[in-house]
Design a protein around this ligand. Structure first.
Ligand code: F0G
Length: 469
């Protein structure tokens, strides 16, 4: 039955295979390319639903109604913000096999102050950090791990900068599978490391970077019957495309003009692009949005590709405090590049100083996110300055991780211990003032009401707030 619902198509050479025949490393044996999941509707002209849809797809209005109805169901697969859209991801033999923590269903917030500061009428944030393990990875893990469980694997593994491993460990624990996590030693945030231990994974901290962890894992899967859950696994992207569905549903089926995504291993931008393209194919939306990708300056291979007139991808040695995207050799770069080209987006890079400021500004809206997510707002400022995003365009930032994932970063920032003096000196004076206004370091005081009052008066004086009468 599975073979009739989808096949896997190599995104490099176009060769299609039956899903059960895929290699353990999810690479095409002909060209080493990555696969994508293809359905009956995948390559139809926009708006024309196939005459013989393998999954007996209802029409767009019926689908919208069905997805809305499932919100009030008590079934786990209906409560999941991923499996609620299962009609567009028929990858399991039986949807009851779905391993779910009720992922998805994340809020779409407005960011009025950030929007105003950058000169936009409409700025929204789809907060994927509000998923069960605190990052967007849950949306892809529920799908790929469910496939692993249904196919009878006992072991699953991933290399990770911390969020994939947290998600994999949790979903593996739910399914009763055993999980192995490969993480770069000393280069992931403590919150994420603690999660994989909490959820019972075998956690291996390798003395290398993320790209080195990927190399080791790729060798291991050839020698041990283990199911690979890095984002080279195309079933991860099936789940990660669903926030695109949820977002337009939350906007009453209006399509935003611009989506801005952080870029690390570059699967998420590719997955969201696939989601929008499929919705367009099926006539659920009248057009697609632009998707732009933002990288940290110290981990910017896609940005370099983007500005290179020969468009050659050259891996870099990555370094950024936004450890989630500290990736120099992104596996899914070609898929992401296709999304930029096909949907007409842009690519930008942002500095450590710009990331820190953007994160503090988002935090000051009461939202909060991890540093890798804040690159979206830092990048938006540049896109507006370049005229790539204009005042009236509805723009959505994809906030990929929860602020508590990397609380040390936030504490260091507010204590003014994040940036070096040399880095701080490079910040233009107007932005230095912004940093100073945003920083809220904790005060340590004697437990005495007079001392507290004096501190309060000093604080109000500093902020020009009149004292209450
Ligand atoms: N934001 C966060 C919070 C992430 O954890 C990641 C990737 C990204 C953005 C970039 O997404 O790789 O699809 O371009 N984290 C991976 C991990 C690599 O192992 O957790 P991408």
């Amino acid at each position: 039955m599975i073979a009739s619902t989808h096949n896997l198509r190599c995104t490099e050479c176009g060769n299609s295979i039956a899903p059960e025949t895929v290699n353990a490393n999810f690479r095409c044996p002909l060209c080493n390319g990555l696969y994508e999941v293809c359905y009956a509707w995948s390559s139809k002209p926009a708006g024309s639903i196939p005459a013989d849809p393998a999954g007996n797809l209802p029409n767009p209005s019926a689908l919208r109604w069905l997805w809305q109805e499932r919100r009030s169901s008590t079934l786990a697969v209906d409560q999941s913000g991923v499996w609620r859209f299962r009609d567009l991801l028929p990858i399991l033999k039986n949807p009851d096999h779905a391993v779910t923590l009720r992922e998805g269903n994340t809020p779409l917030y407005d960011l009025p102050r950030c929007g105003k500061a950058v000169g936009l009428d409409w700025l929204l944030a789809k907060h994927q950090g509000m998923n069960p393990t605190g990052s967007f990875k849950d949306t892809g893990m529920t799908t790929a791990l469910s496939v692993a469980a249904e196919r009878g694997f006992e072991w699953v593994a991933c290399a990770s900068t911390g969020n994939t491993s947290a998600a994999m460990a949790a979903y593996a624990a739910r399914a009763g599978l055993r999980s192995i996590v490969f993480i770069p030693e000393g280069k992931i945030a403590w919150g994420k490391l603690s999660q994989s231990m909490d959820y019972g994974a075998l956690t291996l901290q390798l003395k290398t970077d993320f790209d080195g962890c990927v190399d080791i894992l790729n060798q291991l899967v050839k020698r041990f019957p283990i199911y690979l859950l890095n984002s080279v696994n195309p079933y991860r992207l099936e789940g990660q495309k669903t926030p695109a569905f949820e977002m337009v549903e939350q906007m009453d089926w209006q399509v935003p003009e611009h989506i801005i995504v952080p870029g690390g291993n570059l699967a998420n931008s590719a997955a969201l692009g696939k989601g929008f393209i499929e919705m367009h194919q099926l006539g659920l939306i009248p057009h697609t949005p632009k998707i732009s990708i933002i990288q940290a300056e110290g981990a910017n291979p896609l940005y370099r590709w983007f500005i290179d007139s020969n468009r050659i991808m050259r891996p870099v040695t990555a370094d950024t405090r936004a450890t989630a995207i500290r990736i120099g050799n992104p596996a899914s770069w070609r898929k992401a590049a296709n999304v930029i080209d096909e949907l007409g987006g842009w690519c930008e890079q942002v500095s450590e100083q710009e990331i820190a400021l953007a994160k503090a500004e988002i935090g000051a809206e009461g939202i909060g996110c991890e540093p890798a997510s804040a690159v979206t707002y830092a990048g938006l400022k540049k896109l507006v300055a370049l005229g790539k995003v204009t005042r009236e365009q509805r723009t959505v930032l994809i906030l990929t991780g929860h602020t508590l994932k990397d609380s040390q970063y936030t504490i260091d920032y507010h204590r003014n211990e994040l940036l070096t003096a040399a880095e701080y000196a490079q910040i233009p004076s107007a932005q230095q003032a912004q940093h100073a206004a945003l920083r809220k370091p904790p005060m340590v005081l004697d437990a005495n009401p007079d001392t507290v009052l004096r501190a309060l008066e000093a604080h109000m004086h500093l902020n020009n707030t009149p004292l209450p009468a």
